[in-house]
Design a protein around this ligand. Structure first.
Ligand code: SF4
Length: 324
């Protein structure tokens, strides 16, 4: 059995908030962006499809790579695949879960950052003056990303969430902070939605998920998610015996209104033990292909990977027809 481990204890770091003008005043918004090329999403992408990794993470400044074909639902039965017009942008419903989830994250990030500052003894009025309200944060995120069509729903979700959890007694420890570690000299980072000390005095990571319907499978499916295994590794290393687990902070937004539910994701000790090795393998795949042009990185070419629950991979047509 491997003994590959993270080399250093993860250190969380607060990212500099972004400022936006709201009603003539500059207000702060938590940066809830991605963990970049050194996070689990990148590692998981490399393991899923090396070509996809190269398009997403290595071609940012290459115009030929930067404009992907939008994900789209399959052509209607009987329609020729050569003459179907694929929907784009906000009209593309396959993007709705991503947009809605990201907007809700933006709102909850400012909600918990404001709460944290007040818990730390800062004057509540000054904090609220300085920071965008949760709904303002949603709006800014919608404007920045062109997700205006999802703004009102996201604001309703955030308001319902805050009303539901109004009396929660959590000590907020970290909001959207990046936890960084190293493995054989390679940096590994994860941005965590929220880390709290709960009423049992244990430290929990909360991961917010907005879903159409909460079912028993909703929690179970994250047992072997690298995102959750990584959170467990990093925060357990940082907090030791105080660590309580990773909780799914579920928000159901469907036809029957809203439901809120939190549950600890089941442990996966074997996957936790080998997680550093898994990350290392992903990084080695990237290193091995680093000098190749994008079109020579290996492709997954799998109907499970090139076609996701949200539709075609962004680069479906590029892989199909080539870059010209
Ligand atoms: S379409 Fe398939 S092979 Fe091409 S980048 Fe996407 S997942 Fe990889």
């Amino acid at each position: 059995m491997t003994d590959i481990q993270f080399d250093i204890c993860p250190t969380p770091s607060i990212t500099v908030p972004v400022t936006h003008e709201i009603g003539g005043k500059m207000k702060k918004v938590v940066d809830a962006g991605s963990s970049g090329e050194f996070g689990w999403h990148a590692a998981e992408t490399a393991l899923r499809c090396a070509r996809l990794f190269s398009y997403k993470f290595r071609c940012k400044d290459d115009k030929a790579c930067v404009v992907p074909t939008p994900s789209a639902p399959p052509p209607l039965a009987g329609a020729s695949s050569f003459n179907v017009t694929l929907p784009r942008g906000d009209a593309d419903n396959t993007r709705a879960p991503l947009a809605r989830g990201s907007l809700v994250h933006a709102g909850l990030a400012n909600h918990y950052r404001i709460l944290q500052l007040i818990q730390q003894g800062h004057d509540p009025d000054s904090v609220r003056e300085e920071w965008a309200s949760p709904t303002e944060a949603v709006s800014i995120c919608a404007d920045t990303n062109g997700w205006g069509a999802h703004r009102e729903e996201a604001i309703r979700i955030v308001n319902a969430y805050m009303a539901n959890w109004m009396r929660e007694e959590l000590e907020v420890l970290h909001v959207e902070e990046v936890f960084a570690a190293e493995i054989e000299g390679r940096r590994y980072t994860q941005r965590l939605d929220l880390v709290v000390r709960d009423r049992d005095r244990k430290v929990y990571v909360f991961d917010h998920k907005v879903v159409g319907r909460i079912s028993p499978q909703t929690v179970d499916r994250y047992t072997l998610s690298g995102q959750f295994i990584g959170m467990r590794c990093l925060v357990e290393m940082a907090y030791g015996d105080q660590f309580g687990g990773v909780k799914l902070n579920l928000i159901e937004s469907g036809d029957k209104g809203f439901k809120f539910f939190r549950d600890v994701v089941a442990p996966a000790p074997s996957a936790v033990r080998t997680f550093p090795l898994t990350v290392l393998h992903a990084r080695k795949i990237v290193d091995m292909c680093a000098d190749l042009p994008p079109e020579e990185w290996p492709q997954a070419l799998s109907e499970q990977t090139c076609y996701t629950p949200y539709g075609r991979c962004d680069y479906f047509d590029r892989c199909r027809w080539g870059s010209n």
